[in-house]
Design a protein around this ligand. Sequence first.
Ligand SMILES: Nc1nc2c(ncn2[C@@H]2O[C@H](COP(=O)(O)OP(=O)(O)OP(=O)(O)O)[C@@H](O)[C@H]2O)c(=O)[nH]1
Ligand SMILES: [Zn+2]
Length: 213
Amino acid sequence: MHFRLGMKEAVELKSAEDELVVRHVATANLPTKYGHFKIWAFENNRDGKEHVAIVAGDVQGKDDVLTRIHSECVTGDVFGSLKCDCGEQLERALAHINEVGEGIILYMRQEGRGIGLTNKVRAYSLQDQGMDTVEANNHLGFDDDLRDYSVAAEMLHILGVESIELLTNNPKKISGLRENGIKISERKPIRILANPFNSHYLNVKKNKSGHIL
Ligand SMILES: Nc1nc2c(ncn2[C@@H]2O[C@H](COP(=O)(O)OP(=O)(O)OP(=O)(O)O)[C@@H](O)[C@H]2O)c(=O)[nH]1
Ligand SMILES: [Zn+2]
């Protein structure tokens, strides 16, 4: 049978297709050098990336759960790059949440603030030639930050937290999560000492990207 959708049905179909769906797929024990956690794997229809949650203790139904939303940084998190503060922030957050005994790290695969690893290396190459982080992104045709926090917010909803204390220096993360229905009772800063390779980067984060440093 042949039929045509009216405008109203077509619009409804489109919004149903666009609706964000995040699903919890599996949970397993994850012993680490920082302590024992559980790892939760999720899938979603927005970016198709494999975001995970690292969870200490029982967070379901709890208020003020200590939480870090960490954006993937392969260079910093894996290779110990000194160009940024990511690796140290991740280690600090894992150790701190383990100490407290209850908390969440969302490891979001938003490499390079959402431009991906290859483009971040392109940006680093421009930085080698004198540009700062923001200029390099703009030169490549990207905004300085492409991250969106809707998938992270849905992961927190699925984990069942009532409210969180967010470990961050980035006010955009706070507003991005709040816009997606997450209650943030407090912001907790992460203080990392600068080194000769990242001091300029940290200054740009403070002066151009609005980080509280
Ligand atoms: N495009 C680009 N991304 C970078 C650069 N340096 C680090 N990143 C990425 O930036 C992300 C981390 O974001 P930051 O702005 O450093 O910090 P944040 O996560 O927003 O804020 P905090 O919660 O305070 O850590 C990671 O995905 C890194 O890969 C860079 O020079 N260019
Ligand atoms: Zn980094």
